[in-house]
Design a protein. Structure first.
Lengths: 387, 254, 201
């Protein structure tokens, strides 16, 4: 099981241990995930002239493709550090971005305020898709009843669908993503399954409402975005130096941005997922991703990162009360949900087999940056079953 | 001296917040309680909630939802939509709202306005009217979400409402609603000049300057904002916001 | 524990919520024993003077409230109509008030087109120092809704003043007895500061 504490050997450099799926250690005790990050750093020239040159060349392409259009790139914003920083950088690079936000109606006030401050100071237009709050509540409850780990999968897939739809609407080819392997590491294969069929099937089986405003992404829509619209995903933070604390300070000083307490804590649904659902129900603590990255990059000492990780996740009591009220779940029902059977994507309809069968095609698309390489690596290969 | 009030006005449809255009097409804005938390952070003067489907669906207000909303708010709250009798109003005040707004009920059972204002005090009763220009360009008070003509003119109706005991008048221009084109200053001035109770202008605000104009030229005592506080800008995404206090201070008494 | 007195008049939920937001335990109660056991008392009120005094007198709470206020000297805060009840009398009614502070409530005159009730956000001026108004910014504003206004006899009892046609007392203090004419529970951070100060007394 991903992220279980203190199991077996731990990496001598970051804090991943043998509980992490597909992990390997070399003679120095350094894990393959650290090696992967090192190799990616070299490949992309992160923080070095090679990376900067590569990024500049991409920026030139973006500007060229955007000539005569209102926007030349699309950036998904959440109010969080990475996306806010990226938006500022895009302006600095002379680009004309459209900020896009999927509002699952569970945003914290801090997040919405951050989006407002950042887009207004930088003078960037904002496109949003707001799902019907009752519909999303029905979906969230369905996920809890289904007993799967991916409590926030609906937000994740809707987010991509909304960004891609916005890019298509405004005729924009380039989509910026705020992922940074330096600050977040590489998410191990096998953690968190996500596709439109999975989300749809869970809701169909355990939900009560019909979906009408929820922007799900079907297989054919996915292909349409990649092949017909040929949208390209760019990760600028893979090329330049990026330090989260420094970014946060800059955002605070220049844009009036405010910190919300932790990775993914700007939205109440993802906060519930990370601080309650995953740790309490599945024993999974995804803080190891960012903490391992901190240790790996030297941002924190390994000892410090381990100390933080070993301290228990303290959930917000108010948050659980809020969720119970919103999803109309009684205390008894909540307890029985936590005691219920656990399921995985294997128990539901997904596109997994299809992705595996079409691996060669997705390889080509990944190489051309039309689908993320991480998608190819994660979805087009069989995922080993965990005991 | 009293501030000129700037009041975000939110529309409830079922248990969702929506925004309409000329009382027609609507856009989802979000979850009511979640949205209210943000307005709380923004420290707005007051909030008005209007349930636009209660009367049509012939049902009373959603008291449970209103309780949740009231629990989040540290500023005065007004509620309108489906308030048909004294008991409804009693519950709403118990829940933690300061004012109730009567629209359909004021037309069908005007004595309710008097009853509520005598029981709770004038300051607790807002009389709300929706106005549209007819094909001859004359202002008409409409009912049932702008669908039915009442045959009344805004001025005569406003005077009647004041006499009945209303504490404030919320005047909504159906033509301007959701248009970002500015308030109908002419309409607001006509009504404001004909009564001595405060008039809240609603419908059409697109920029801060519009607020200044309707107060300084239209004699509005307060402004109700719709699209301006829930969209980033005209035609763009949903984003809860509030006009900048500094700019407001330059235009009106704050 | 702060007891919020429930005598059937006032938006108690909102007051409790603001206290909860600032981390203070409160209990809404109409029970004399519970009120007696409280460290502090909050007296809310929305509506008419006589109706409120009648309810208090007939609820069986009058004795315990007098005892706590005058003998035990427990900190008591009256809000809106609650503040007017602390006085000797009000022009609005016939019955005497609680008489805990030497003051009187009179009707705000609607002269020169002034709109009554005084309803809306208004600024206040600090007159006399008090723990109740500590750390309030000079630009503080509060939400008022009232047609009758209080004026204390002893200027030292007036801690905040406001103006709506006439100058009146927005907040008053006499020993352990405090009053606020505005609604702190509807006045954002300004109200929060005031309630925080009261809780800290």
């Amino acid at each position: 099981m991903m992220g279980k504490k203190r199991e077996g050997i731990a990496c001598s450099r970051c804090i991943y241990d043998s509980a992490v799926p597909n992990i390997d250690f070399d003679d120095q005790g350094v894990c393959n995930y650290c090696m992967q990050v090192d190799s990616l750093t070299k490949q992309y020239g992160t923080g070095h002239q090679k990376g900067i040159d590569e990024l500049n060349s991409i920026i030139r392409d973006i500007k060229a493709s955007g000539r005569g259009k209102t926007y030349d790139c699309v950036i998904g914003v959440s109010g969080g550090t990475d996306s806010s920083f990226l938006l500022a950088k895009a302006i600095e690079w002379g680009l004309r971005p459209l900020a896009v936000h999927y509002d699952n109606t569970w945003n914290s006030a801090v997040a919405t305020e951050n989006i407002r401050k950042v887009t207004s100071v930088l003078d960037v237009d904002l496109h949003t898709h707001v799902v019907n709050n009752k519909e999303v509540d029905d979906i969230k409850k369905a996920f809890m009843l289904a007993g799967v780990a991916e409590f926030d999968a609906d937000t994740d897939i809707a987010y991509v669908q909304v960004i891609r739809s916005a890019a298509a609407k405004y005729g924009v080819k380039y989509i910026f993503e705020g992922h940074s392997f330096i600050t977040e590491g590489i998410s191990p294969v096998g953690a968190n399954y996500l596709d439109g069929a999975y989300v749809g099937d869970i809701h169909d089986r355990y939900g009560e409402m019909k979906r009408s405003t929820f922007p799900n992404m079907t297989f054919f829509q996915f292909l349409k975005w990649a092949i017909v619209y040929r949208q390209k995903f760019i990760r600028p933070l893979w090329y330049i130096d990026y330090n989260k604390q420094q970014a946060q300070e800059w955002l605070q000083d220049n844009l009036g941005w405010k910190y919300y307490g932790g990775h993914h804590l700007e939205n109440r649904a993802s906060t519930f997922a990370h601080t309650v659902w995953l740790p309490q129900r599945f024993g999974t603590d995804y803080r190891n991703l960012t903490l391992a990255a901190d240790a790996r990059s030297g941002n924190k000492s390994r000892a410090e990162a381990l100390e933080i990780y070993n301290a228990p996740v303290i959930p917000d009591g108010e948050l659980v009360a809020y969720l119970k009220k919103r999803l109309k779940i009684s205390d008894q029902e909540y307890d029985s949900i936590f005691k219920g059977p656990k399921r995985t994507f294997r128990d539901f309809k997904t596109y997994k087999k299809r992705f595996e069968r079409l691996r060669p095609m997705f390889y080509i698309l990944a190489k051309a940056n039309l689908v993320p390489m991480s998608f190819y690596l994660k979805y087009c290969f069989p995922i080993e079953e965990k005991s | 001296m009293l501030r000129i009030r700037v009041i975000p006005t939110l529309l409830l449809q079922g248990e969702s917040l929506v925004k309409t255009k000329r009382f027609g097409s609507f856009t989802y804005i979000g979850d009511p309680c979640n949205t209210v938390r943000i307005f709380n952070e923004l420290e707005v003067d007051e909030l008005i909630f209007l349930d636009i489907s209660a009367t049509k669906q012939k049902r009373p207000p959603n008291f449970e939802l209103l309780q949740d909303i009231a629990n989040e708010c540290f500023m005065p709250l007004a509620y309108g939509g489906g308030v048909a009798k004294l008991e409804d109003a009693k519950k709403i005040f118990q829940i933690g709202f300061e004012k109730v707004s009567l629209n359909y009920a004021s037309l069908m059972t005007p004595e309710l306005v008097t009853q509520l204002s005598e029981y709770f005090g004038r300051q607790a009763v807002i009389a709300s009217m929706d106005v549209k220009k007819n094909i001859f360009g004359k202002y008409q008070v409409m009912s049932s979400n702008g669908k039915v003509q009442t045959g009344k003119s805004p001025i005569e109706w406003a005077k009647e409402l004041e006499a009945l005991g209303a504490g404030e008048i919320l005047i909504t221009s159906i033509d301007r609603e959701g248009s970002w084109a500015g308030f109908d200053i002419n309409l607001v001035k006509q009504v404001a000049d004909s009564v001595s109770i405060p008039v809240i202008a609603h419908g059409g605000a697109g920029k801060v300057e519009d607020i200044g104009s309707v107060v300084n030229e239209g004699n509005a005592s307060a402004v109700a904002l719709g699209s301006m506080v829930v969209f980033q800008k005209q035609g763009m995404g949903v984003l809860v916001n509030h006009p900048c206090e500094e700019e407001l201070g330059r235009l009106i008494k704050r | 524990m702060i007891a919020i007195v429930d005598y059937g008049m006032g938006n108690l939920g909102s007051i409790q919520n603001m206290f909860k937001y600032i981390g203070v335990q409160t209990k809404i109660t109409g029970d004399a024993k519970l009120i007696e056991s409280a460290d502090k008392i909050l007296l809310p009120g929305v509506g008419a003077f006589d109706q409120a005094m009648t309810r208090i007198n007939e609820s069986g709470l009058r004795d315990v409230l007098d005892h706590q206020a005058l003998n035990q000297k427990i900190p008591i805060l009256g809000i809106c109509l609650g503040m007017q009840l602390l006085t000797n009398s009000s022009e609005e009614g016939e019955l005497p008030g609680l008489g805990w502070i030497n003051a009187k409530a009179t009707k705000i005159p609607a002269v020169d087109g002034l709109k009554v009730p005084h309803m809306g956000w208004n600024g206040v001026t600090q007159c006399w120092d008090s723990a109740l108004i500590r750390d309030l910014p000079t630009e503080s504003r509060f939400y008022f809704v009232h047609s009758y206004a209080v004026q204390v006899q002893n200027p030292k009892n007036s801690i905040l003043k406001a103006n709506h046609g006439i100058n009146f007392d927005a907040a008053i203090e006499d020993g352990n007895i405090y009053g606020a004419q505005f609604h702190p529970e509807k006045s954002h951070k300004f109200g929060m500061q005031l309630l925080k100060n009261f809780a800290r007394l």
